[in-house]
Design a protein around this ligand. Structure first.
Ligand code: BGC
Ligand code: MN
Length: 320
Protein backbone atom coordinates (compact mmCIF):
# COMPACT_ATOMS: atom_id res chain seq x y z
CA UNK A 1 0.00 0.00 0.00
CA UNK A 2 2.77 2.35 0.99
CA UNK A 3 4.58 1.67 -2.33
CA UNK A 4 1.48 2.57 -4.36
CA UNK A 5 0.91 5.69 -2.26
CA UNK A 6 4.45 6.99 -2.80
CA UNK A 7 4.37 6.30 -6.58
CA UNK A 8 1.15 8.34 -6.82
CA UNK A 9 2.88 11.26 -5.16
CA UNK A 10 5.81 11.34 -7.55
CA UNK A 11 5.85 14.08 -10.15
CA UNK A 12 5.63 13.02 -13.81
CA UNK A 13 9.10 14.42 -14.50
CA UNK A 14 10.55 12.24 -11.71
CA UNK A 15 8.81 9.17 -13.14
CA UNK A 16 10.24 9.93 -16.60
CA UNK A 17 13.71 10.29 -15.07
CA UNK A 18 13.39 6.95 -13.26
CA UNK A 19 12.25 5.18 -16.44
CA UNK A 20 15.09 6.74 -18.47
CA UNK A 21 17.56 5.73 -15.74
CA UNK A 22 16.30 2.12 -15.87
CA UNK A 23 16.66 2.07 -19.67
CA UNK A 24 20.23 3.37 -19.40
CA UNK A 25 21.19 0.70 -16.85
CA UNK A 26 19.58 -1.98 -19.02
CA UNK A 27 21.47 -0.72 -22.08
CA UNK A 28 24.76 -0.82 -20.22
CA UNK A 29 24.10 -4.39 -19.10
CA UNK A 30 23.18 -5.42 -22.64
CA UNK A 31 26.26 -3.79 -24.16
CA UNK A 32 28.63 -5.25 -21.58
CA UNK A 33 28.82 -8.53 -23.50
CA UNK A 34 29.61 -6.82 -26.78
CA UNK A 35 32.30 -4.57 -25.27
CA UNK A 36 33.93 -7.67 -23.87
CA UNK A 37 33.10 -9.99 -26.75
CA UNK A 38 34.42 -13.56 -26.75
CA UNK A 39 38.04 -13.50 -27.94
CA UNK A 40 41.30 -15.41 -27.76
CA UNK A 41 43.70 -14.25 -25.07
CA UNK A 42 46.99 -12.54 -25.86
CA UNK A 43 48.87 -15.53 -24.42
CA UNK A 44 47.13 -17.94 -26.81
CA UNK A 45 47.66 -16.02 -30.06
CA UNK A 46 50.87 -17.92 -30.87
CA UNK A 47 48.99 -21.24 -30.86
CA UNK A 48 46.50 -19.99 -33.44
CA UNK A 49 48.86 -18.28 -35.92
CA UNK A 50 48.76 -19.61 -39.47
CA UNK A 51 52.50 -19.42 -40.14
CA UNK A 52 52.90 -19.64 -43.89
CA UNK A 53 55.23 -17.76 -46.13
CA UNK A 54 54.85 -17.13 -49.83
CA UNK A 55 57.34 -19.58 -51.43
CA UNK A 56 58.65 -16.76 -53.65
CA UNK A 57 60.28 -15.01 -50.68
CA UNK A 58 64.00 -15.77 -50.60
CA UNK A 59 65.33 -16.87 -47.19
CA UNK A 60 68.65 -15.41 -46.06
CA UNK A 61 70.73 -17.73 -43.94
CA UNK A 62 72.50 -14.92 -42.10
CA UNK A 63 69.27 -13.48 -40.69
CA UNK A 64 67.16 -14.67 -37.73
CA UNK A 65 63.46 -15.49 -38.03
CA UNK A 66 61.23 -12.45 -37.42
CA UNK A 67 59.66 -12.42 -33.96
CA UNK A 68 55.89 -11.88 -33.87
CA UNK A 69 55.44 -12.20 -30.12
CA UNK A 70 57.22 -8.84 -29.92
CA UNK A 71 54.45 -7.37 -32.05
CA UNK A 72 51.30 -8.75 -30.45
CA UNK A 73 52.59 -8.71 -26.87
CA UNK A 74 53.80 -5.11 -27.00
CA UNK A 75 52.32 -2.55 -24.67
CA UNK A 76 50.81 0.13 -26.85
CA UNK A 77 48.74 3.26 -26.96
CA UNK A 78 46.18 3.95 -29.68
CA UNK A 79 47.86 5.71 -32.56
CA UNK A 80 45.75 8.60 -33.85
CA UNK A 81 48.56 10.29 -35.79
CA UNK A 82 46.83 9.65 -39.08
CA UNK A 83 47.35 12.90 -40.92
CA UNK A 84 51.03 13.30 -39.98
CA UNK A 85 51.70 9.77 -41.18
CA UNK A 86 50.31 10.37 -44.66
CA UNK A 87 52.08 13.74 -44.97
CA UNK A 88 55.59 12.56 -44.19
CA UNK A 89 55.71 9.33 -46.06
CA UNK A 90 58.95 7.52 -46.79
CA UNK A 91 58.34 4.60 -49.19
CA UNK A 92 61.60 2.75 -48.50
CA UNK A 93 61.47 -0.99 -48.97
CA UNK A 94 58.15 -0.98 -50.83
CA UNK A 95 58.10 -2.32 -54.41
CA UNK A 96 54.80 -2.48 -56.34
CA UNK A 97 52.93 -2.36 -53.03
CA UNK A 98 54.92 -5.26 -51.60
CA UNK A 99 57.30 -5.30 -48.64
CA UNK A 100 59.76 -7.84 -47.22
CA UNK A 101 61.51 -6.97 -43.92
CA UNK A 102 65.28 -6.51 -44.20
CA UNK A 103 66.62 -7.41 -40.77
CA UNK A 104 64.94 -10.81 -40.29
CA UNK A 105 63.30 -13.63 -42.26
CA UNK A 106 59.52 -13.18 -42.31
CA UNK A 107 57.35 -16.17 -41.38
CA UNK A 108 54.06 -14.75 -42.58
CA UNK A 109 52.86 -13.53 -45.99
CA UNK A 110 49.59 -11.70 -46.40
CA UNK A 111 47.76 -10.17 -49.33
CA UNK A 112 45.74 -7.09 -48.37
CA UNK A 113 42.70 -6.79 -50.64
CA UNK A 114 41.12 -3.33 -50.74
CA UNK A 115 37.92 -2.94 -52.76
CA UNK A 116 37.58 0.53 -54.14
CA UNK A 117 35.80 3.08 -56.27
CA UNK A 118 35.93 6.85 -56.36
CA UNK A 119 37.33 7.45 -52.85
CA UNK A 120 40.66 9.04 -53.82
CA UNK A 121 40.93 11.13 -50.65
CA UNK A 122 40.50 8.03 -48.47
CA UNK A 123 42.97 5.99 -50.52
CA UNK A 124 45.51 8.82 -50.13
CA UNK A 125 45.25 8.47 -46.36
CA UNK A 126 44.86 4.69 -46.18
CA UNK A 127 47.84 3.65 -48.32
CA UNK A 128 50.64 5.52 -46.50
CA UNK A 129 49.07 4.83 -43.11
CA UNK A 130 48.81 1.08 -43.66
CA UNK A 131 52.34 0.83 -45.11
CA UNK A 132 53.73 2.59 -42.03
CA UNK A 133 51.68 0.35 -39.77
CA UNK A 134 52.55 -2.92 -41.53
CA UNK A 135 56.26 -2.35 -42.11
CA UNK A 136 56.73 -2.30 -38.33
CA UNK A 137 55.17 -5.75 -38.02
CA UNK A 138 57.98 -7.60 -39.83
CA UNK A 139 55.62 -9.51 -42.09
CA UNK A 140 55.82 -9.98 -45.84
CA UNK A 141 52.78 -8.31 -47.39
CA UNK A 142 51.41 -6.94 -50.64
CA UNK A 143 48.58 -4.48 -51.16
CA UNK A 144 46.07 -5.04 -53.96
CA UNK A 145 43.51 -2.34 -54.73
CA UNK A 146 40.58 -3.79 -56.66
CA UNK A 147 38.70 -1.04 -58.42
CA UNK A 148 35.27 -1.29 -59.99
CA UNK A 149 35.78 0.65 -63.20
CA UNK A 150 32.18 1.33 -64.19
CA UNK A 151 29.16 3.26 -62.93
CA UNK A 152 27.02 0.26 -61.98
CA UNK A 153 26.09 -0.47 -58.35
CA UNK A 154 29.18 -1.42 -56.32
CA UNK A 155 29.76 -5.17 -56.16
CA UNK A 156 32.16 -5.69 -53.27
CA UNK A 157 31.80 -9.48 -53.19
CA UNK A 158 32.75 -9.83 -56.85
CA UNK A 159 35.75 -7.48 -56.36
CA UNK A 160 36.98 -9.58 -53.41
CA UNK A 161 36.64 -12.72 -55.53
CA UNK A 162 38.72 -11.17 -58.32
CA UNK A 163 41.34 -9.95 -55.80
CA UNK A 164 41.54 -13.31 -54.04
CA UNK A 165 42.07 -15.08 -57.34
CA UNK A 166 44.98 -12.78 -58.20
CA UNK A 167 46.50 -13.21 -54.71
CA UNK A 168 46.19 -17.00 -55.05
CA UNK A 169 47.94 -16.84 -58.45
CA UNK A 170 50.75 -14.97 -56.72
CA UNK A 171 50.90 -17.73 -54.07
CA UNK A 172 49.72 -15.73 -51.05
CA UNK A 173 48.56 -18.13 -48.30
CA UNK A 174 46.57 -15.52 -46.35
CA UNK A 175 44.10 -12.81 -47.38
CA UNK A 176 43.15 -9.72 -45.40
CA UNK A 177 39.95 -8.19 -46.78
CA UNK A 178 40.16 -4.52 -45.87
CA UNK A 179 37.75 -1.57 -46.10
CA UNK A 180 39.57 1.49 -47.45
CA UNK A 181 38.06 3.71 -44.74
CA UNK A 182 39.28 1.72 -41.71
CA UNK A 183 42.56 2.42 -39.95
CA UNK A 184 43.93 0.16 -37.18
CA UNK A 185 44.82 2.05 -34.01
CA UNK A 186 46.74 -0.61 -32.08
CA UNK A 187 50.30 -1.48 -33.11
CA UNK A 188 49.80 -4.87 -31.40
CA UNK A 189 47.10 -5.84 -33.91
CA UNK A 190 49.30 -8.25 -35.86
CA UNK A 191 48.05 -8.63 -39.43
CA UNK A 192 48.04 -12.40 -39.79
CA UNK A 193 45.69 -15.25 -40.53
CA UNK A 194 44.76 -17.64 -37.75
CA UNK A 195 43.81 -21.29 -38.15
CA UNK A 196 40.18 -20.10 -38.37
CA UNK A 197 38.79 -16.93 -39.99
CA UNK A 198 39.54 -13.85 -37.94
CA UNK A 199 37.57 -10.61 -37.68
CA UNK A 200 40.06 -7.81 -37.00
CA UNK A 201 37.90 -4.67 -36.76
CA UNK A 202 35.86 -5.78 -33.75
CA UNK A 203 36.19 -2.52 -31.83
CA UNK A 204 35.31 0.34 -34.15
CA UNK A 205 34.72 3.99 -33.22
CA UNK A 206 31.71 4.14 -35.58
CA UNK A 207 30.00 1.60 -33.28
CA UNK A 208 31.33 3.29 -30.11
CA UNK A 209 33.87 0.43 -29.83
CA UNK A 210 31.13 -2.14 -29.33
CA UNK A 211 30.88 -5.27 -31.47
CA UNK A 212 27.28 -5.00 -32.76
CA UNK A 213 26.77 -8.75 -33.32
CA UNK A 214 28.85 -11.95 -33.20
CA UNK A 215 28.42 -12.69 -36.92
CA UNK A 216 29.76 -9.33 -38.09
CA UNK A 217 32.70 -9.95 -40.41
CA UNK A 218 32.57 -6.64 -42.32
CA UNK A 219 35.38 -4.09 -42.11
CA UNK A 220 38.59 -6.09 -41.85
CA UNK A 221 38.63 -9.89 -42.08
CA UNK A 222 41.60 -12.27 -42.40
CA UNK A 223 41.26 -15.79 -43.69
CA UNK A 224 43.46 -18.32 -45.42
CA UNK A 225 43.35 -18.45 -49.21
CA UNK A 226 42.42 -22.11 -48.81
CA UNK A 227 39.38 -21.32 -46.62
CA UNK A 228 38.32 -18.61 -49.08
CA UNK A 229 38.42 -21.23 -51.84
CA UNK A 230 36.51 -23.80 -49.75
CA UNK A 231 33.76 -21.23 -49.08
CA UNK A 232 33.55 -20.51 -52.84
CA UNK A 233 34.44 -16.89 -52.05
CA UNK A 234 31.70 -14.26 -51.81
CA UNK A 235 28.32 -14.24 -53.45
CA UNK A 236 28.36 -12.00 -56.54
CA UNK A 237 24.69 -11.12 -56.11
CA UNK A 238 24.97 -8.31 -53.55
CA UNK A 239 25.22 -4.87 -55.15
CA UNK A 240 25.04 -1.52 -53.35
CA UNK A 241 25.76 -1.21 -49.63
CA UNK A 242 25.46 -4.10 -47.19
CA UNK A 243 24.73 -7.77 -46.85
CA UNK A 244 27.60 -9.40 -48.75
CA UNK A 245 29.57 -9.71 -45.50
CA UNK A 246 26.62 -11.19 -43.59
CA UNK A 247 26.15 -13.77 -46.34
CA UNK A 248 29.87 -14.56 -46.13
CA UNK A 249 29.53 -15.06 -42.36
CA UNK A 250 26.75 -17.56 -43.10
CA UNK A 251 29.17 -19.45 -45.37
CA UNK A 252 31.75 -19.50 -42.57
CA UNK A 253 29.24 -20.93 -40.11
CA UNK A 254 27.78 -23.42 -42.62
CA UNK A 255 31.29 -24.82 -43.02
CA UNK A 256 31.62 -25.17 -39.24
CA UNK A 257 34.39 -22.62 -39.11
CA UNK A 258 34.67 -20.23 -36.21
CA UNK A 259 35.06 -16.45 -36.20
CA UNK A 260 38.04 -15.60 -33.97
CA UNK A 261 38.97 -12.20 -32.59
CA UNK A 262 41.83 -10.56 -30.71
CA UNK A 263 40.99 -8.76 -27.44
CA UNK A 264 39.14 -5.40 -27.76
CA UNK A 265 42.14 -3.20 -26.88
CA UNK A 266 44.05 -4.75 -29.82
CA UNK A 267 41.13 -4.56 -32.24
CA UNK A 268 40.45 -0.82 -32.21
CA UNK A 269 39.91 0.98 -35.52
CA UNK A 270 38.85 4.42 -36.62
CA UNK A 271 36.65 4.98 -39.65
CA UNK A 272 37.25 7.83 -42.07
CA UNK A 273 34.09 9.87 -42.53
CA UNK A 274 32.23 9.46 -45.80
CA UNK A 275 28.79 9.49 -47.29
CA UNK A 276 27.24 6.05 -47.26
CA UNK A 277 26.67 4.37 -50.62
CA UNK A 278 23.05 3.48 -51.57
CA UNK A 279 21.84 0.75 -49.21
CA UNK A 280 20.79 -2.53 -50.77
CA UNK A 281 17.18 -2.86 -49.62
CA UNK A 282 17.06 -6.40 -51.07
CA UNK A 283 19.88 -7.72 -48.92
CA UNK A 284 17.79 -9.67 -46.41
CA UNK A 285 15.67 -11.26 -49.16
CA UNK A 286 18.84 -12.12 -51.11
CA UNK A 287 20.36 -13.69 -48.03
CA UNK A 288 17.38 -15.92 -47.43
CA UNK A 289 17.50 -17.02 -51.07
CA UNK A 290 21.22 -17.74 -51.33
CA UNK A 291 21.73 -21.47 -50.98
CA UNK A 292 24.85 -23.02 -49.44
CA UNK A 293 27.56 -21.08 -51.26
CA UNK A 294 26.43 -22.14 -54.75
CA UNK A 295 27.30 -18.78 -56.23
CA UNK A 296 30.77 -17.27 -55.85
CA UNK A 297 34.25 -17.92 -57.23
CA UNK A 298 32.74 -20.40 -59.67
CA UNK A 299 30.20 -17.96 -61.12
CA UNK A 300 31.85 -14.58 -61.54
CA UNK A 301 30.60 -12.41 -64.39
CA UNK A 302 32.65 -9.44 -65.48
CA UNK A 303 33.69 -7.98 -68.79
CA UNK A 304 37.37 -7.27 -68.21
CA UNK A 305 40.18 -7.07 -65.73
CA UNK A 306 43.51 -5.29 -65.94
CA UNK A 307 46.40 -5.60 -63.51
CA UNK A 308 48.91 -2.74 -63.27
CA UNK A 309 51.81 -2.07 -60.92
CA UNK A 310 51.90 1.19 -58.98
CA UNK A 311 54.72 1.99 -56.56
CA UNK A 312 52.54 1.61 -53.45
CA UNK A 313 49.98 -0.99 -54.60
CA UNK A 314 48.96 -3.30 -57.40
CA UNK A 315 45.81 -2.00 -59.09
CA UNK A 316 43.28 -4.51 -60.39
CA UNK A 317 40.58 -2.86 -62.48
CA UNK A 318 37.34 -4.69 -63.06
CA UNK A 319 34.49 -3.78 -65.40
CA UNK A 320 31.43 -5.61 -64.11
C1 BGC B 1 24.88 -4.94 -43.12
C2 BGC B 1 26.34 -5.30 -43.18
C3 BGC B 1 27.16 -4.29 -42.38
C4 BGC B 1 26.60 -4.23 -40.97
C5 BGC B 1 27.35 -3.24 -40.10
C6 BGC B 1 24.42 -4.85 -41.68
O1 BGC B 1 23.07 -4.44 -41.62
O2 BGC B 1 24.11 -5.92 -43.80
O3 BGC B 1 26.77 -5.32 -44.51
O4 BGC B 1 28.50 -4.66 -42.33
O5 BGC B 1 25.22 -3.90 -40.99
O6 BGC B 1 27.31 -1.94 -40.62
MN1 MN C 1 32.66 2.36 -45.00
Amino acid sequence: MLGLYSIKNLRISTCVLIVLGCIAVLQLLLLYGSYNYKCISKEDIGKYLYMYLNPKVVKRLDKPACDYEMVYKQVHKDDWSIIEQSNQFDPSGIVNGSFVPEDCNPQLSIAILVTYRNRQSQLDIFIPFIHNFLRRQKIHYKIFVIEQHDAKLFNKGLLYNVGARQAARELFPCLVLHDVDLLPLSAANLYACLLQPRHLSASLDKFRFVLPYYGLVGGVLALTTEHFRQLNGFSNKFTGWGGEDDEFAARIMDHNLEILRFPPDMSRYTMLVHQQAPVNGQRFRLMSETVAAQDGLNSMHYRSVSVSQHPLFTLIRVVT
